[in-house]
Design a binder for this molecule. Structure first.
Ligand code: DGJ
Length: 687
């Protein structure tokens, strides 16, 4: 009998799963959309005669491939009970529609190893969300080494993987590597998402681009492995330290979700698909995103030097230039004069703020701006009242030295007394002050990360952090939160379900940002990409760019300014004001669909809006090497439409005109000669 097939059709993609009796469901197809009435042909197992030197029972690639009973690829599960039950075979398998055609749950059971797995696959648009869990049905603990959150099928023409690496001050550096018969593997063991390895990637396969990302803010691993039928499998999941997870009888481990999508319309469509999925995951105060307010962040302008009269004056100037949210960064709390002390002591410093933060906060609000406050709840400095009272609250490993980073230690968030303390201190501030926004920082990797039981505490730490975020969100639902970890150390689809903005990078050098932001935008939408106009020279690189260029790069995301506005000359103040007005006028398009690309001769472009109406920013990064500027091809336009195109923005240039969409897409938009590190901006609208 032909086994039943399960089909999930999105607008541009199809997933097809075959459900044989008594075995896990098999991947049949994942790729560009098939016709509704497609014919899948014979069952997979019937098309696989036994090759020489092979088991007589073929074990094709399933949604949950496991080791030891004829599957020789990477196992979705590596687990044992003191060495026993090291091999698993799930023979009781059921498929249930949770929502016909959209969401299906597979429940699998292994009666010998006494395990149950549940895998739910839900399709929204063209994004599949995988939710996987494992339950120990035995009467002894199960030690877990690896549990894939998803094991995705890639076709046999998968050729290259693009992943994103980096470091503090330089996140999202794209790396493209060919796929072959050796395993491609990328791991992160830093305890938080990390600057070094974004938990997702893109795979190119014969014109179709596949993308996946793990919604998790801790250690992670991804593997792409060639299979002996020519396909590849792509596993993503949480990287577990030795002995980190042991499931007691009856216990269930839920994996973080995986978001996966594919498109034969290129990486730009994969980005659109992810943006839609991330937007669905977000939880905005009031149920919907308000226009993203322009920030002023005090960090690079003031660092720890909180001079109250200057901050009052800053608020006045900020309001004048159009700032909408004033974020008081690090340096405001008890004895926090530098980064050597005070983390954990979450009350206002009485020297800098003799009457607390209320006078400044109220002044900011009276000027029509929101007040935001920086916190770093998960950390403690050894030189703090908190640490002196509770030295055992820091993650540590008995007999090993405490390893500081930026002079700080990490609090053990699996302990309720720790999270209660943090909640109480910060809730008091939220109750007392008109705080609309928390910038929630996390400025170090985790090492050593053990709890009181001396076992690895990475997983628990993420769960504890999520619970703390959720507690604040529940108690203060109107407060937005920014996820920051020394810039982009905690950017992922897990934390964004509880936050509203990322601080993309501590590097606000516009040339560097021009390289990083496209990587960010591959996975996350523009409205959550914190992008500030910094000072010149940039503090992180020592390199200078004009205010216009810095602003033209920053308006790609959620705009802010981060320098001492009091030092601006009058003409620069006016220029900043104009850029803020520009952003306010166009943010409804800037925070919509996004396309990015490279034009010839070291030019790049960024477009946002819809194919009917868009804003286009064209940047020249290096001096011209051609005598004449090449036109910029715009693949995102509607080829059949006519467009009225006008130069816009504070640096507006020569007049526009009417252009045919197919001309713009294939021949390109002419642009004027440009100096290095400059931008031109256009508004395009269907005529
Ligand atoms: C790291 C962040 O990325 C910065 O923006 C700033 O908030 C500092 N921490 C403050 O210590």
């Amino acid at each position: 009998m032909t086994p039943p097939l399960i089909a999930l059709h999105g607008p541009g993609s199809t997933l097809l799963i075959e459900c044989p009796a008594g075995a896990p469901p098999l991947w049949r197809y994942w790729g560009p959309r098939l016709a509704d009435d497609f014919a899948a042909g014979p069952a997979l197992v019937d098309t696989r005669p036994t090759p020489s030197f092979s088991l007589d029972q073929t074990v094709p690639f399933s949604v949950f491939p496991t080791f030891g009973m004829g599957w020789f690829g990477q196992s979705a599960l590596l687990a044992h009970r003191q060495g026993a039950d090291f091999s698993q075979a799930f023979t009781q398998c059921e498929a249930d529609w949770l929502e016909q055609g959209r969401s299906v749950r597979f429940t699998l059971q292994d009666d010998i190893a006494k395990l149950a797995a549940a895998i739910t696959i839900t399709l929204d648009g063209d994004v599949l969300t995988f939710a996987t869990s494992l339950t120990n049905l035995g009467n002894s603990p199960l030690d877990l080494q690896w549990l894939a959150a998803a094991a995705l099928p890639l076709p046999d023409n998968a050729a290259a993987v693009q992943s994103f690496s980096g470091r503090h001050n330089y996140e999202f550096i794209a790396q493209t590597e060919p796929l072959g018969r050796a395993i491609w593997r990328k791991e992160n063991r830093r305890g938080l998402t990390s600057h070094d390895a974004f938990p997702g990637a893109l795979v190119e396969a014969g014109g179709t681009v596949y993308g996946a990302q793990l919604a998790w803010s801790g250690n992670h691993a991804q593997t792409i492995e060639w299979l002996d039928d020519g396909r590849y499998q792509w596993q993503l999941g949480e990287w577990l330290a030795p002995g980190e997870i042991s499931l007691v009888p009856g216990e269930t481990l839920a994996c973080p979700p995986v978001l996966a999508t594919c498109s034969d319309q290129g990486a730009a469509q994969v980005a659109q698909n992810f943006h839609a999925a991330i937007r669905r995951r977000m939880d905005w105060p009031g149920g919907a995103m308000a226009p993203r307010p322009v920030h002023l962040n005090t960090w690079e302008g003031f660092y720890f030097k909180h001079d109250l009269p200057a901050l009052f004056e800053l608020a006045d100037v900020a309001a004048e230039v159009g700032i909408e949210r004033f974020v008081l960064d690090d340096g405001w709390f008890h004895r926090r004069d530098d980064d050597t002390r005070a983390l954990g002591d979450w009350w206002a410093d009485s020297d800098k703020y003799p009457h607390g933060l209320a006078p400044l906060a109220q002044h900011i609000v009276s000027k029509g701006m929101q007040f935001g406050l920086w916190v770093e709840p998960e950390m403690v400095n050894p030189d703090s009242d908190l640490y002196r009272a509770h030295p055992d609250w820091a993650l540590q490993l008995a007999g090993r030295p405490l390893l500081t980073a930026r002079n700080q230690l990490v609090l053990d968030l699996s302990r309720p007394e720790v999270t209660d303390y943090l909640f109480t201190c910060i809730a008091a501030l939220l109750e007392e002050l008109p705080i609309a926004y928390l910038k929630w920082d996390h400025n170090r990797d985790l090492a050593p990360a053990a709890g009181r039981d001396c076992r690895a505490a990475y997983h628990r730490q993420v769960i504890g952090a999520y619970a703390l975020f959720d507690r604040f969100r529940a108690a203060f639902p109107k407060v937005e939160i920014e996820a920051c970890a020394g810039g982009g150390g905690r950017i992922d689809a897990g934390i964004i379900a509880r936050t509203h903005r990322f601080w993309t990078s501590d590097c606000i050098d516009a040339v560097m940002r021009a390289r990083m932001q496209p990587g960010f935008l591959q996975f996350m939408p523009p409205e959550v990409m914190g992008a500030h106009i910094g000072t010149a020279p940039a503090h992180s690189t020592g390199r200078s760019q004009s205010l216009d260029f810095r602003a033209a790069i920053a308006v790609q995301g959620h705009l802010g300014a981060e320098f001492n506005l009091l030092e601006l000359a009058a003409d620069e103040r006016a220029r900043l004001r104009n850029w803020i007005l520009f952003y306010q006028q166009w943010r409804h398009l800037l925070h919509s669909q996004v396309w990015t690309g490279e034009a010839g001769d070291s030019m790049i472009w960024h477009a946002a809006g819809s194919s009917a109406e868009w804003v286009l920013l064209v940047y020249r990064m290096e001096p011209m090497s051609y005598r004449h500027m090449p036109p910029v091809r715009l693949p995102f336009v509607d080829h059949a439409a006519l467009y009225d195109i006008q130069p816009i923005g504070p640096a507006a240039h020569e007049p526009g005109g009417t252009f045919d969409g197919s001309w713009l897409a294939k021949a390109g938009l002419p642009v004027p000669p440009m100096k290095a590190e400059s931008a031109v901006i256009y508004h395009g609208k269907r005529a």
